[in-house]
Design a binder for this molecule. Structure first.
Ligand code: B3K
Ligand code: ZN
Length: 885
């Protein structure tokens, strides 16, 4: 049999939402007993089960999930079953002829030490830990491993005393010593939960402890567990946790429900963190921080992920998903909540800008590519592939739109009703929308299309002013491109926040025809048809519209706006987001114009309107963090998204030309900005100093495009004297991007200084992989052989290989195809032990159709090579086969 035939016959099967059926059995209580040893673990699971189906036609068999577990024994109501009493396959344990209710005891053996997929029970840095979402629990024991089976858990852990901390969900109810240097601890979780929220940790860890008094006066113990030498990096995480707990009480009236909340940081983790009930597991990247080792962005990231996992306690744990098609029920909602939390902790406008930036550079391409899926997908092959930006970030946009349509108060009423109706249940995204509808007496039937239709809608607007009648008519049209399996789309229900500016830049009162008076100067239009007209009356002069304020819907907006008008909006719009947006559009149009010029052999000349607009922003007295955003040009990835066929080199050259020209023309202004925003005092993670650092470092990056002695001196001075990682790494990034004498020694010095700190080394790997220099691909290949690089550690893979393939388009898409070959080699290597990380890395090859023919052929060849690999995981199979379809 040749390879393609084998793939055809063995092709993994898709699972469909339409085939959902309720579980045939339910589990009331789970009593787990773990015996942990150096070469294996023995797991005894006692399940009190009840029948959940009509038995008049006979009892259905009980089909438990289990993968890579060795079955030792099965007891039914304490009677050992003979081998003929059950069937075992690679994926299931089936027991038939069961009574109405019974106890099933299953003993299994697993090998956590050999588990490099990092799902189920595994070892990281010498500690035992778990990751069960989505389907990891079945790698620990046989179980009904689906989220609509919720049970109360008791967990006993027995291990050598060299693992002093034995932790699980809920409250510690007992512990003791045993012979032979062993000890045990028993945990009880009073809340019903699905198996994906189970967690266990056994390790030698230190912890930072604090207390939080909830709004009802209960005292909760908070603990952050880390390796001993990292204890000095836990303060910020603790501070963030307490802020998140308070915020959820104040914003949503949601209080924590157990006596203890634990966070454990581990170095080997596939994702950011996991919200297990009462015992969160975190990638150490999202816990450990001190000014010397973590950047302002890291501090922000920690605050947001700590918040996210904490918020899951209600949106995810107390109310969970009925099935994995409903993943966005908890993820979209929880991302929305963490975004709002971060916005309240710092600058709302800057937070929104960053969120939209990542939506556009990650989610929009996903929605326009072969892996496009709706926020509530209809099918999947491997659920692990659906922890996507669409489920998370577009899901959060969908929640945000409901918030915009219903208002803060209406949304809160909907949330309250959602918890009132569904606490303790496993429900669907539709249940959430129903709660919003009932609480607000609104019909969201059409709005639901956001859950079922994939693709990024495109909005076109046109304005017409009638001077005589003083009427301004705004025509808005919407369309949505076809996506795999969805050739035709129905119109969406879209909130479009907008305002109209007069020639002084002031917002004018907005009165729609038929209204007796103006309703404010910024309002939300509801677009429901494919095309709608909005007639504003009493408009004294030709206005300039400011549309989609705050990015009120996840769409692509097209409107004919001149460069002068964009510069005017950049300088005057009362909506900070739209000021930024106008600047981005202006810069984007100029850069894309240069891409065309470059291809036609024409010269690029930067027009003065733009230089002056930049100069004006630089001198404005706006929040420096916002100014830094205004001055950051659209990324190469976003610019690529704006082109039908990506011109990789053209985009890079044109963008760099604009950066360098701005630096030349505004050198003095950048130097002044650098000085004004330099702060020689002690590092503080406070909005004001974070903002100043961001603007100062942006000025430095512009100046360094000149690669002259003066800027290099300035940069080296910052690199050598910085008292914090933000400044140190900002200087090193600019050095790594220039072919200068200081580059190699600076990289070497940084490595020597931080060789003992894996998280700092991740940055060191990453910044080299993101260098724009020609030799980057070869350097990355060499770095995979560096002693500090570990292919089995996801953070290292993402930092080095991920940075090149996902964030450095001009070097990854090298015309030779070497970047594609390199990625395919690594994916195949990783797929053999960690399919979920391998599949995630593959995304960089998915959108091959966006590139020129030569690159298409090269990318496709690597996808085909991966597909032909014998024993390819279903994770990788799904991404590759859908990409090629
Ligand atoms: N819920 C986890 C995701 C884990 C997925 C593993 N394949 C993290 C989060 O969204 O909070
Ligand atoms: Zn989440």
């Amino acid at each position: 049999m040749n390879a393609p035939d084998k793939i055809m016959t063995d092709a993994p099967k898709a699972i469909y939402l339409k085939n959902y059926t309720a579980p045939a059995y339910l589990i009331d209580t789970v009593d787990l007993h773990f015996d942990l040893f150096e070469d294996h673990a023995r797991v005894t699971s006692r399940l009190a089960m009840i029948c959940n189906h009509d038995r008049s036609q006979g009892a259905k068999p009980l089909v438990l999930h289990g993968e890579k577990v060795k079955l030792i024994s099965v007891k039914l109501n304490d009677q050992l079953l003979p081998a003929a009493g059950y069937q075992v396959t690679n994926e299931n344990l089936t027991v038939s002829d069961l009574p109405e209710s019974f106890t099933l005891e299953v003993v299994t053996e697993i090998k956590p030490q050999e588990n490099k997929a990092l799902e189920g029970l595994y070892k990281s840095g010498g500690h035992f830990c778990t990751q069960c979402e989505a389907e990891g629990f079945r790698k620990i024991t046989y179980f009904l491993d689906r989220p609509d089976v919720m049970a109360k858990y008791t967990t006993t852990i027995v291990a050598d005393t060299k693992y002093p901390q034995l932790l699980s969900n809920g409250n510690l109810v007992d512990h003791g010593k045993l012979e032979g240097n062993r000890h045990w601890a028993k945990w009880e979780d009073p809340f019903k939960k699905p198996s994906y929220l189970f967690a266990l940790v056994a390790g030698d860890l230190s912890f930072l402890e604090d207390t939080f008094v909830t709004c009802s006066g209960r005292s909760v113990t908070l603990r952050i567990y880390v390796e001993h030498h990292n204890l000095d990096k836990t303060e910020h995480a603790m501070h963030s946790l307490k802020a998140a707990m308070r915020w959820d009480e104040e914003t949503f009236g949601l209080e924590y429900d157990l006596d203890i909340y634990m966070i454990v940081a581990v170095d080997d983790f596939n994702m950011g963190a996991m919200e297990n009930k009462g015992l969160n597991l975190f990638n150490s990247k999202y816990v450990l921080a001190k000014p010397e080792t973590a950047t302002d962005a890291d501090f922000d990231g920690i605050e947001s992920v700590i918040g996210h996992e904490y918020f899951h306690n209600w949106t995810g744990n107390r109310v969970t998903c009925r099935d994995w098609f409903q993943l966005s029920l908890k993820e979209g909602l929880t991302v929305f909540r963490d975004q709002e939390f971060s916005a309240d902790m710092s600058s709302r406008a800057v937070k929104r800008i960053n969120d939209v930036r990542s939506l556009r550079t990650i989610q929009f391409p996903e929605d326009g590519g072969p892996m496009a899926h709706s926020v509530r997908p209809d099918s999947y092959i491997e659920i692990g592939n659906f922890y996507t930006s669409t489920i998370y970030n577009k899901g959060a946009e969908v929640i945000r739109m409901m918030h915009t349509l219903l208002g803060q108060e209406g949304f809160r009423k909907g949330m309250d009703l959602y918890f009132e109706r569904h606490d303790g249940q496993a429900v669907t995204t539709d249940d959430f929308v129903k709660a919003m509808e009932s609480a607000n007496n609104r019909d969201l039937t059409q709005f639901r299309r956001w859950y079922t239709q994939a693709g990024t809608p495109e909005i076109t607007t046109e304005g017409q002013y009638d001077q005589e009648k003083q009427v301004y008519t705004l025509t808005i049209k919407q369309t949505c491109p076809a996506t795999p399996g969805q050739p035709h789309k129905e119109p969406f229900h879209l909130p479009i926040a907008m305002g109209l500016l007069d020639d002084q830049g002031n917002d004018v009162p907005l009165q729609l025809e038929g209204e007796t008076q103006a309703a404010g100067t910024s309002r939300v239009l509801e677009l429901c048809q494919a095309e709608q007209d909005y007639r504003f009356i009493n408009v004294a002069q030709q206005p300039l519209p400011s549309l989609l304020r705050g990015f009120s819907a996840p769409v692509k907006l097209h409107s004919k706006t001149s460069h002068e008008a964009l510069a005017f909006l950049l300088a005057n719009d009362s909506d900070a987001f739209n000021r930024w947006e106008a600047g981005q559009r202006l810069a984007g149009e100029i850069i894309l114009g240069f891409v065309a010029a470059y291809r036609n052999g024409k010269e690029m000349t930067l027009d003065d309107t733009f230089v002056q607009a930049v100069a004006k922003s630089l001198e404005s007295n706006l929040d420096p963090a916002l100014v830094a955003q205004l001055l950051t040009l659209p990324s190469e990835l976003y610019l690529a998204e704006l082109m039908t066929t990506v011109d990789v080199e053209g985009i890079h050259l044109a963008r760099e030309f604009v950066r360098k020209t701005l630096a030349e023309r505004l050198k003095g202004a950048f130097e002044k900005t650098y000085k004004t925003n330099s702060d020689s005092g002690a590092y503080r993670f406070e909005s004001e100093s974070v903002a100043k650092r961001s603007l100062k470092n942006l000025a430095l990056s512009y100046l360094m495009t000149l690669n002259d002695t003066a800027s290099r001196r300035l940069c080296m001075q910052q690199f050598e004297t910085a008292n914090n990682m933000t400044d140190s790494i900002a200087a090193l990034i600019t050095l790594a991007n220039q072919d200068c004498a200081e580059r190699v020694p600076a990289l070497a010095a940084f490595y020597e200084k931080w060789r003992h700190d894996p998280l700092v080394l991740d940055k060191w790997f990453g910044l080299q992989a993101m260098s724009q220099l020609h030799g980057t691909l070869a350097e990355v290949q060499a770095l995979t052989l560096h002693p500090a690089f570990e292919i089995k550690n996801p953070n290292k893979v993402y930092s080095l290989i991920g940075a090149l393939t996902r964030s450095n388009p001009v070097r990854f898409h090298d015309a030779s195809g070497d970047g594609y070959l390199f990625l395919a080699d690594k994916v195949l290597q990783i797929d053999a032990f960690n399919p979920s990380v391998a599949a995630r890395m593959l995304g960089a090859l998915s959108r091959w159709r966006k590139f020129d023919e030569k690159r298409q052929i090269l990318m496709k060849a690597q996808l085909q090579r991966i597909l032909a690999q014998p024993g390819l995981s279903k994770d990788a199979y799904e991404v590759v086969s859908k990409s090629l379809a």
